[in-house]
Design a protein around this ligand. Structure first.
Ligand SMILES: [Zn+2]
Length: 337
């Protein structure tokens, strides 16, 4: 029966897809080992005290079963038992963690990181070094800086719980900032922040996203109105192209598009898509770009592969002194498949 406040089953399915059981357990520090098949994991039961692992998770079916206490079910059932919540409250709790939610909290984090960019010279220096200097573009993209070590205290003053920050992935279970010495780019969808991308300015792994959906194509609300679209891999590529006046540039945050991003790009066949690939030595960027252009052509969307000089991505190309006219040349030389 569908009551007014009762979540319908397809909403529940979507919720469970967005936040797989295994992911939820891992965020709560559940340690597991593969059990037999590749999709099955076993570990100590979080629901009862035991010293021999009898808690099984089937990642494909998104279900658990404990041979010790005999309890099993899906993510919602797990939350009911683990947090001692009613079905309705368990769903509400999970909805808070799902990609569409937490938006308010992420908005606060973005504002905080923007402020840090003004206070901490390291962030500004890094942007300058990457050739990004127009304050209006930095402001418009909501770019900030995470020095590390102070986010939790700040968000606590806005009433956000340790638990929520941990669940969203902004801090680790010791309360330390997940983003430390990173330039922060908010990923927005229909105006709402749904994820954060952090580029390391130090030696840490360069790319980092929160453990949630990366959402659609960057700035798609404005870019999708153009009759031609330039698709690049990274935020810095996008930022320098916007700075050079190519406002029809979007980015997929990586070389592989999600089905949703592909859908966005291919929804209109009267639009020309320029795919700009990084000229990697190992050809990874070129291969991914080529594959994407073929997929677009396959659904009737005209695509062109844009070649940059060897070793360059758009960011490094402009940093090395290229002008808007040079890039326009590259666009004009781009070949259809
Ligand atoms: Zn158990």
């Amino acid at each position: 029966m569908k009551g007014a406040n009762r979540p319908v089953s397809e909403d529940l399915e979507r919720l469970k897809q967005h936040l797989p059981l295994l992911e939820y357990l891992r965020r709560h520090n559940w340690t597991a080992h593969p059990a037999g098949t590749a999709q099955e994991f076993v570990g100590l039961c979080p629901l009862h005290r035991e010293d021999h692992p009898s808690f099984y998770v089937n990642a494909r079916k998104n279900l658990f079963y404990c041979h010790g206490c005999g309890r099993g079910g899906d993510l919602i059932r797990f939350v009911e038992l683990f947090r001692n919540l009613s079905f309705r409250h368990s769903v509400a709790h999970l909805q808070e963690l799902a990609p569409a939610s937490g938006s308010q909290l992420l908005e606060q984090a973005v504002a905080f990181y923007q402020l840090q960019l003004q206070r901490d010279a390291e962030g500004a220096r890094y942007l300058e070094q990457r050739g990004l200097h127009h304050p209006a573009i930095i402001e418009e993209l909501g770019i900030g800086y995470a020095p590390g070590g102070n986010l939790r205290r700040h968000l606590a003053t806005h009433g956000y719980s340790f638990e929520l920050l941990l669940d969203i992935g902004l801090i680790d279970n010791q309360g330390r900032d997940a983003f430390c010495r990173r330039i922060i780019f908010p990923c927005r969808q229909q105006g709402r922040v749904i994820n954060l991308y952090g580029r390391s300015v130090g030696t840490a792994f360069p790319h980092r996203l929160l453990p949630r959906s990366k959402g659609g194509l960057v700035a798609w609300d404005s870019v999708s109105r153009s009759s031609s679209v330039i698709l690049v891999e990274g935020f810095f590529d996008l930022a320098v192209l916007w700075q050079a006046g190519f406002r029809n540039t979007t980015c997929a945050i990586g070389t592989h598009l999600t089905p949703f991003q592909f859908h966005q790009l291919s929804e209109r066949s009267d639009r020309l898509v320029y795919v700009v690939c990084d000229q990697d030595e190992n050809q990874a960027g070129q291969r991914a770009a080529h594959q994407l252009a073929r997929r677009l052509a396959g659904v009737g969307v005209p695509a062109r592969l844009v070649q940059l000089p060897a070793g360059h991505d758009p960011n490094s190309y402009f940093s090395a002194g290229a002008t808007a006219a040079d890039f326009t040349d590259c666009l004009e030389r781009a070949q259809p498949l």
